[in-house]
Design a protein around this ligand. Structure first.
Ligand code: PLP
Length: 394
């Protein structure tokens, strides 16, 4: 099925990008592991840097194309490029759009690689001006605008504090000042939040997380208007070379079929876990945008529907070692980075995080980022409970 916005999200998650094979009759498109495609009779006029048509898998291949059709449809954008990882997508976007002398405003709470790219590399190596801003208040964004502001990059919910930024309000600011807005949509996934429909120019995401959902492949996507995507594809896929493997594109395509089902379960489980944690006296704070007391709840309610995702952060009233001992007693929940997998994953982010000064004060004594999985909520909660009991906090 080609993109057809007449169909609902779940129907498009199953069908867009898939088709019955014309020759084979196979009802699923196969994995094409070739890295080269046959040349025409006279190839001498070909553009070897072209990203259109099948030439070489770094320039684009069939499985990448199928996945691009699906992700563009789910994000509600005109075009999509998929790359080897979420970070390949983020750096690909920045590399294609920015040049020396441009100015970028970006959220003070973002995935660590964005902080490295914009706070250390693009400014110091390439002469791009960058300003780190608490984008949870659009007024801060407005105040940071310069005549040469080219791009505003926000992450909402932000990793790892779950800080919420108002996409529609910031899109309006960007466009009034001739800038573009990109939104990292990894935490919400397109099931819960579609930045382009809210006015953003680009939705960027790690497909490694919810879209694939099974913790077995890496990928990233940039969705937006074709005029920009052609540029990004040429620069960042062909010449930076962050092409995704056809096998990973196929795995993510397969995982994405159940995105709506999984997200419903993530949304529901995370809400239950957040409410349970909130009620424990040994828990110092819970950051989850679905909770009424969360600072960004009203904005989250406006721009995230039908749910608030599966990631939350929380703190314990305990010393450093008790945090590690608590984790060591968990049986259902695994201590590992990444998020958005089927299984529950937890990470202890200690007091020494270099970006702590950018986080709200409750995060300063160390905290957990918890990606609530799709297991039975009762088992997840029972696991937390027994581990808290083991360390004497319950
Ligand atoms: C994981 C993550 C990324 C990076 O994605 P990779 O696929 O690991 O490269 C980017 N943004 C957010 C919000 C993430 O959680």
């Amino acid at each position: 099925m080609q993109e057809s916005s007449n169909y609902g999200f779940a129907t498009r998650a199953v069908h867009v990008g898939n088709e019955v094979g014309k020759d084979s009759g196979a009802i699923k498109r196969p994995i094409t592991m070739g890295n080269s495609y046959a040349l025409p009779y006279d190839p001498t006029d070909m553009n070897w840097s072209s990203a259109s048509g099948n030439l070489y898998t770094r320039n684009g291949g069939t499985n990448q194309k199928y996945l691009q059709e699906r992700v563009a449809s789910l994000e509600g954008g005109e075009d999509c490029v998929v790359l080897a990882s979420g970070v390949a997508a983020l750096s690909g976007l920045f590399f294609a759009l920015l040049k020396q002398g441009d100015h970028v405003i970006f959220s003070s709470v973002t995935y660590i690689a964005v902080y490295r790219l914009l706070h250390e590399l693009f400014n110091n190596k390439f002469g791009v001006e960058t300003t780190l801003v608490d984008t949870s208040d659009p007024a801060n964004v407005e105040a940071a605008i310069r005549p040469n502001t080219k791009l505003i990059h926000i992450e909402t919910p932000g990793n790892p504090t779950l800080t919420i930024s108002d996409i529609a309000a910031i899109a309006d600011i960007a466009h009034r000042h001739g800038a573009l807005l990109s939104v990292d949509n990894t935490f919400a996934s397109p099931y819960n939040q579609r930045p382009i429909e809210l006015g953003a120019d680009f939705a960027v995401e790690s497909l490694t997380k919810y879209v694939n959902g099974h913790g077995d492949a890496m990928g990233g996507a940039i969705v937006g208007k074709k005029e920009y995507l052609d540029q990004i594809r040429a620069v960042s896929q062909v010449n930076l070379g962050g092409a995704i493997s056809p096998f990973n594109a196929w795995l993510i395509m397969r995982g994405s079929v159940t995105l709506p089902l999984r997200m419903r379960q993530h949304n529901e489980n995370a809400m239950q876990v957040a409410r349970w944690l909130e009620a424990q006296p040994c828990v110092s704070f819970v950051a989850y945008p679905g909770l009424e007391r969360h600072k960004g709840h009203a904005v989250a309610k406006k721009q995230m529907a039908p749910g608030f995702g599966g990631v939350l952060s929380f703190g314990l009233k305990a010393d450093h070692d008790t945090h590690n001992r608590f984790v060591s007693h968990l049986k259902v929940i695994t201590s590992a980075v990444s998020l958005g997998h089927d299984e529950s994953l937890i990470v202890f982010l200690g007091e020494n995080d270099e970006r702590q000064y950018l986080y709200p004060p409750e995060f300063h004594n160390g905290f957990f980022r918890f990606s609530v999985g799709i297991e039975d909520a009762a088992d997840i909660i029972a696991d937390l409970k027994q581990a808290l009991e083991q360390v004497g906090l319950l």
